[in-house]
Design a binder for this molecule. Structure first.
Ligand code: NAD
Length: 335
């Protein structure tokens, strides 16, 4: 029987190291696939290709599922973000980022028990990439929010909340100031909410939301928000549960899904063998659940929680001394 195909982007910086660790753990957990390696990011640019080559986009469109390591994007000038290009080209409209505290892994606050999911809009807002400079001393960016874009995002978020047995969904916005754009986002939220009477719908202004997240995170069950607020709020949440090394994500479209860690290519630690592969591994487990491999995902997830929680073989970002290889071996031993 032919194996399921999965597109792989090994990425830049720590990307290849954490991808190797992740695929080794998946295999040890009993999951194999026909992995199709694709070019993207700085490594592609260095070979004279675009940061997100059209061949890569087309291959992911055809395969339908991709696991992606982080890619490097220069700040200011240089090539465009491979991620933004991919999300737009494949219309990956929802970015799903779960935040869950791991027993034994300490965040900055003692006794925090967090279990929430963030659904971030992924193609609109200030990330639409419409920037111009009408004067040497003035630069402008256009914030784009559309009614259909907001509507399908909210629908996806309410469906996911219901499927996961969660009870509440909070729309995060700044509609008090951004009356037309965030106002439209919020209007669509409450319109869709009427179709989900079993889920408590509420809204909260983004600055208050950040404050509440660090004082009473337990009051949130799920959050749906725009692109920029989602980017910031989800990193804040990652910090609450032990850092970027644990934060997983999925980019979901109507026909394709791309699973990737929240963090970047961490050039400061690349090649040192000390990167934490958990965020990419958790993203891979989201991918397994997406394709119906729930039991394998559960089994591997349990092994990760055990090793991370015990804290004996964890990487430096989690307060340990282990390298990527020792941590990977410990997870495989726990399987
Ligand atoms: P970063 O997430 O790469 O690093 C921030 C800090 O967290 C660094 O100190 C890094 O060492 C640490 N860190 C990140 N991941 C870690 C891991 N798995 N294990 C241990 N420590 C980890 O953010 P940055 O430095 O702002 O960005 C670096 C590059 O990554 C930039 O070019 C940026 O554009 C790119 N980036 C890519 C993606 C993506 O591909 N999805 C996402 C964010 C940033």
């Amino acid at each position: 029987m032919s194996q399921r195909r999965i597109a792989i982007i090994r990425g830049d910086g720590i990307g290849p190291e954490i991808m190797d660790a992740t695929l080794t753990i998946l295999e040890a957990g009993g999951f194999t696939a026909d992995y199709v390696n694709l070019e993207a990011g700085l490594s592609a640019v260095e070979k004279g290709l675009p940061a997100m080559p059209p061949e890569t986009v087309e291959a992911i469109r055809e395969i339908g599922i991709a696991l992606k390591s982080p890619t490097t994007t220069p700040v200011g000038g240089g090539h465009v973000s491979a991620n933004v290009a991919l999300r737009k080209a494949l219309d990956l409209f929802a970015n799903v980022r779960p935040t869950r505290s791991i027993p034994g892994v300490k965040g900055p606050f003692e006794d925090f028990k967090i279990d929430l999911i963030i659904v971030r809009e992924n193609t609109e807002d200030l990330y639409a990439g419409i920037e111009f400079q009408p004067h040497p001393d003035m630069a402008q960016a256009v914030k784009v929010i559309t009614r259909p874009g907001s509507n399908r995002l909210h629908r996806y978020a309410f469906d996911m909340v219901r499927k996961q047995g969660r009870k509440k969904l909070a729309a995060v916005h700044k509609a008090n100031i951004m009356k037309l754009t965030d106002g439209m986002f919020l209007e669509e939220f409450y319109k869709v909410a009427k179709e989900y009477p079993d889920i408590h719908a509420e809204d909260i202004i983004v600055d208050n939301c950040c404050m509440q997240l660090v004082t009473h995170p337990e009051r949130f069950d799920a959050i749906v928000t725009e692109n920029l607020y989602g980017d910031i709020v989800s990193d804040l949440c990652a910090g609450l549960v032990g850092g970027l090394g644990l934060a997983a994500g999925a980019n979901i479209g109507e026909k394709c899904a791309v699973f990737e860690a929240v963090h970047g290519s961490a050039p400061d630690i690349a090649g040192k063998g000390i990167a934490n592969p958990t965020a990419l591994l958790f993203s891979a487990l989201m991918m397994l659940r997406h394709i119906g491999e729930n039991d394998t995902a559960k089994r591997i997830g349990r092994a990760v929680l055990k090793v991370a929680g015990e804290g004996k073989h964890v990487t430096r970002d989690l307060g340990g001394t282990a390298g990527t290889a020792e941590y990977t071996d410990a997870i495989i031993a726990a399987l």
